[in-house]
Design a protein around this ligand. Structure first.
Ligand SMILES: Nc1ncnc2c1ncn2[C@@H]1O[C@H](COP(=O)(O)OP(=O)(O)O)[C@@H](O)[C@H]1O
Ligand SMILES: [Mg+2]
Length: 405
């Protein structure tokens, strides 16, 4: 039997909280290479059984962060704890974590079985136990039939599954994955995402997953840390990151968003009115404190939240009249871009239930949205208090140190 997941019931989807002691904890961790700061004061905690992603563009410090967990790099300052123990002076081979890289790094001269068995043989595990555990791992990755083959007789996706089996066979406390699907084409990558998620769920293990692909991170993660130039800009669940980005960088990096400069005009409890450059005054719901009248913010509406009509809509959260500047066929939706008379540019997606006759360039249409669909993004995400989840979403446990920045 594989180890059952300890805390989450099998039907639970995303985990949002940390139960008990974190498996991995960063305390004010900074990593410098000379005078260059690759990771700036990272503070977060990863819980048992969590699928935690480090997401950001190339060069933002993801690999460096992961390498510090593995012990291949040492923090310049701050502490990293594994299971509550400071591992600053613990070498990589004594840390109970394993890493899977984009390059499969299997031994070409060994069979699949011997590749997976490698770590157990080094640890002097008895032969019968090795057979049992390797068999269990090959079953887990759905490749029991390839045990006798050499790596070069496997496809890329199969090799990556074997690399995964090899990294999991000695039951690490956390599996660290650095862009493990980066070498695979899109279709295979998507099926491997589902596979990885299934394996993580079945084992109940802690996965720390590095990717620059925001769709991949949204699909797979319980929580995501969005990194930008060495800084952690936001740590939250995928829906919270998508719907309530804490900074302009996060808003622009995750999905498509209409982002317009604005200024808070007033606030009535959680109802904030915003003057949006070139578009008008709109109300949004915002749970953040600390954004008084006059605060410069970005106003955000996702293109898929927009409705396109030929008549002025009524009873909506907000609307603007635009002249259509571009209509693009993308497959599932038509993307319609327009400009207001004052020069603000906005995009909307028209799905199969939208306008029956596509708008044409030069036509005037109305773009509208429900009040809850628009939001504001503070310019300095690190000083604003992060939004709390709405009541319909699971509430993260409070009091986990360093969970948010
Ligand atoms: N050993 C090193 N020496 C000097 N600079 C490094 C070293 N490792 C990484 N860097 C720099 O640190 C930054 C972050 O790198 P990395 O963590 O690999 O980013 P990512 O994985 O997000 O692409 C990059 O600018 C990179 O050039
Ligand atoms: Mg990297």
């Amino acid at each position: 039997m594989l180890r059952p997941r300890r805390s989450a019931p099998p039907w639970s989807g995303s985990r949002t909280s940390i139960d008990g002691q974190p498996v991995i904890q960063f305390e004010q961790v900074t990593k410098r290479f000379g005078s260059f700061v690759a990771v700036h004061e990272a503070s977060f905690a990863i819980g048992e059984g969590e699928f935690f992603s480090l997401l950001g563009p190339s060069g933002c410090g993801k690999t460096t962060t992961l390498r510090m967990v593995a012990g291949f790099e040492r923090p310049s300052s701050g502490r990293i704890l594994l299971d509550g123990r400071d591992v600053s002076r613990v070498p990589p081979y004594k840390r109970n974590v394993n890493t899977v890289f984009q390059q499969y790094a299997l031994f070409p001269h060994l069979s699949v079985f011997d590749n997976v068995a490698f770590g157990l043989r080094s640890a002097k595990v008895a032969a019968a136990e090795i057979r049992r555990r390797v068999g269990e791992m090959l079953d887990l990755v759905h490749l029991p039939e390839v045990a006798a083959r050499r790596p070069n007789q496997l496809s890329g996706g199969q090799q990556q599954r074997i690399a995964l089996a090899r990294a999991l066979v000695n039951r690490p406390r956390a599996l660290l994955l650095d862009e493990p699907l980066g070498a695979l084409d899109l279709k295979l990558r998507e099926s491997m995402q589902a596979e990885l998620k299934r394996i993580q769920r079945e084992l109940g293990s802690t996965f720390v997953y590095v990717t620059h692909d925001q769709a991949e991170a949204l699909t797979m993660s319980d929580r995501i840390a969005v990194m930008h130039a060495g800084r952690t800009e936001q740590i939250d669940t995928p829906p919270a990151i998508y719907h309530r980005p804490a900074s302009p960088f996060v808003a622009a990096f995750i999905g498509n968003a209409n982002l317009l400069e604005g200024r808070v005009a007033g606030r009535d409890q959680q109802r904030v009115t915003v003057d949006v450059a070139g578009a008008g005054r709109f109300a949004v719901v915002d749970e953040r404190d600390g954004l008084p009248a006059g605060t410069a913010v970005q106003f955000m509406v996702r293109p898929e939240a927009m409705v396109v009509t030929r008549q002025e809509p009524h009873g909506v959260g907000g609307s603007v009249a635009v002249t259509v500047t571009e209509v693009a066929f993308t497959g599932p939706v038509l993307r319609c871009t327009g400009r207001t008379a004052q020069g603000a540019e906005l995009s909307a997606e028209i799905g199969p239930h939208g306008l029956s006759v596509a708008p044409h360039v030069g036509e005037q249409v109305w773009l509208s949205w429900a009040e809850g669909a628009a939001g504001i993004v503070p310019h300095d995400g690190r000083t604003a208090v992060p939004a709390r989840p709405s009541p319909s979403e699971p509430v993260p446990s409070s009091g986990t140190p360093g969970e948010r920045i």
